[in-house]
Design a protein around this ligand. Structure first.
Ligand SMILES: Cc1cc2nc3c(=O)[nH]c(=O)nc-3n(C[C@H](O)[C@H](O)[C@H](O)COP(=O)(O)OP(=O)(O)OC[C@H]3O[C@@H](n4cnc5c(N)ncnc54)[C@H](O)[C@@H]3O)c2cc1C
Length: 106
């Protein structure tokens, strides 16, 4: 149990750090930098949430999908964060275009 929990802690802290970077850049008036960091933070937080919920279910085995354990519902709840309000793919489009300078792909 220790390693999955430690991994979740690392991934959530990384997402939080990027969120704080975005807030800091926004406060400093760097809207484009804040947008980049916010996109990255949203991506990282969603991926961390999905991974945490999946790991929780996996750890509990079949019980992880039983209503009584209250974990299975998190699969759907966290999965939404990869789609809304901005999908993972649109974040990658943003990073590809504005962070990496690649041509707009759509
Ligand atoms: C629970 C929930 C609550 C919501 N609440 C709100 C709300 O309050 N207000 C609101 O305005 N909206 C809300 N939405 C809508 C949400 O913002 C959209 O679902 C989200 O932006 C994705 O758009 P879409 O569903 O039209 O998917 P689509 O745009 O049809 O995308 C389908 C798939 O194709 C991918 N895709 C689309 N375009 C590209 C591209 N150019 N390049 C690569 N991949 C691409 C997407 O990433 C996705 O995987 C909500 C959605 C959900 C699920």
């Amino acid at each position: 149990l220790a390693h999955p929990l430690a991994k979740a802690k690392v991934e959530l802290e990384l997402a939080k750090l990027m969120m704080q970077k975005g807030a800091s850049l926004y406060d400093a008036g760097d809207d484009m930098g804040a947008g980049e960091a916010a996109n990255m933070a949203k991506y990282a937080a969603a991926e961390a949430a999905v991974a945490c919920a999946d790991q929780a279910v996996q750890t509990l085995g079949g019980n992880g999908l039983a209503h009584e354990y209250g974990v299975g519902n998190l699969l759907l709840a966290t999965r939404v964060t990869r789609i809304a309000p901005v999908s993972r793919e649109m974040i990658l489009n943003f990073v590809a275009q504005f962070s990496l300078g690649l041509p707009k792909s759509y």
